[in-house]
Write a protein that binds this ligand. Structure first.
Ligand SMILES: Cc1ncc(COP(=O)(O)O)c(C=O)c1O
Length: 401
């Protein structure tokens, strides 16, 4: 028997709509240039299967137990050692394993922000991060990016202006300095140095999202912001792009006092203890650098195929920055184009992409589109980009006639 229950007033801070980041593939026959998914054929399935078996048979009594806020520990040591390759030196109490870097964004926001506090972001920015900041009821202000990453000069100007006029300063700036999602750009060394100086002068944190740093197509190296100012940078990374996103395993580096605060929020103790054990087993004796090199070779090739396909299918109608790493090509159309207007037609032609406005705090970015080259085959890239171009040309021809 069905009962009628009174309606209930849920917390107002809960978002009205899901983040695009929580969508998944439903139409198998479509070419998905929208999803920032890793290439599934590069998951180390056989090795993971063996590690999972070993984790349960050899270490199950520990790996299946509560493990306090520190966790089993072996993975921390691997992360600590690997990060030295990128110039990052941390003690174990400066590392926290998270349920993916998305959880890291959320946890950092929760320890830093009261409702009404100010958070500064790049425009465009990562939509799941924007969702986390909105849920925390932060006031969000955005700063544009160009070919060299976020416009640090504009940030500096805004900080000075806020200080002089008694306006609130940000609690933190959220940035993706290396292989930006969606912009594909990388923050120059000069801007990195200035940005951390500003964080010191105006006393705000920087939330550095470094999810793609291992996928370096050129060999050029950029110092993580964390290495420049570890006291005020909270650094986030993840196994999602280098092993598999379904593991839901990432990590934070921060000052040990900051890590201690975040641990206070982790009510169930360390997360994914069993997964940590499996991944630790996998990494023990795994040729990780070789694995990363094969990811880089693959994704670099995919990037090149996509860049050529875009040039062939769109000609002069779009511009983009060729990314030095990561998963994305960010297309800029003429200012009067609104990419949301041909999203549906593109879907009818069997291709998905993300329209520009989804990456912005305010209603803007309509003339952009994000294409992702990581999840699809080369053949799909060529076909998908052509169908996307067909939808675009049909749209502009309709606008002209
Ligand atoms: C910039 C950025 N940060 C974080 C994530 C999510 O990482 P995770 O799977 O570790 O939550 C993504 C995934 O698309 C991303 O692009």
């Amino acid at each position: 028997m069905s009962q009628t229950v009174d309606s209930f007033s849920f917390a107002k801070r809960i978002p009205a709509t899901p983040s695009i980041g929580s969508t998944t593939v439903t139409k198998q026959d479509h070419v998905h240039l929208s999803f920032g998914f890793a290439a599934p054929h590069l998951f180390p399935i056989e090795q993971l299967s063996q590690s999972a078996a070993e984790a349960v048979t050899l270490h199950g009594r520990k790996a299946l137990q509560y493990s306090g806020s520190v966790g089993p520990g072996q993975i921390l040591k691997w992360i600590q050692a690997r990060s030295q390759v990128h110039g990052i030196h941390v003690e174990l109490d400066q590392i926290l394993v998270t349920y993916g870097s998305t959880q890291g964004i959320d946890l950092a926001t929760r320890i830093l922000v009261e409702p009404g506090d100010h958070v500064w972001v790049e425009s465009p920015s990562f939509f799941s991060a924007l969702q986390a900041f909105r849920t925390a009821e932060a006031e969000i202000t955005s700063f544009p990016i160009d070919e060299e990453g976020v416009r640090v000069d504009l940030i500096e100007h805004a900080l000075l202006n806020a200080k002089q006029n008694g306006k609130p300063l940000p609690k933190f700036l959220y940035t993706m300095p290396t292989y930006h999602n969606p912009g594909g750009v990388t923050l120059s060394v000069e801007r990195r140095k200035r940005l951390v100086q500003l964080a010191e002068i105006y006393n705000f944190f920087i939330l550095e999202d470094d999810a793609y740093s291992e996928l370096n197509f050129t060999g050029n190296r950029y110092p993580p912001l964390y290495t420049l100012f570890p006291e005020r940078v909270i650094y986030l990374n993840t196994f999602s792009k280098i092993i598999a996103p379904g593991l839901r395993l990432g990590w934070i580096f921060a000052d040990s006092n900051v890590i201690a605060k975040i641990k206070l929020l982790n009510l169930g103790g360390s997360i994914g203890v069993f997964t940590q054990e499996i991944v630790a087993k996998l990494l023990d004796g795994f040729a990780f650098q070789e694995h990363v090199d094969s990811l880089i070779d693959h994704y670099r090739q995919q990037r090149d195929v996509m860049a050529n396909a875009v040039k062939n299918s769109f000609g002069e109608h779009v511009t983009f920055h060729l990314p030095e790493g990561g998963f994305y090509i960010w297309l800029r159309f003429a200012d009067e184009v609104n990419t949301s207007d041909f999203l549906e037609d593109a879907a009818n032609r069997g291709v998905s992409f993300v329209d520009g406005k989804s990456f912005y705090v305010n209603p803007e970015g309509f003339q952009y589109a994000r294409l992702c080259f990581s999840y699809v085959s080369e053949d799909q890239i060529v076909r998908g980009v052509q169908s996307f171009a067909d939808a675009y040309f049909a749209y502009i021809n309709k606008a002209v006639s």
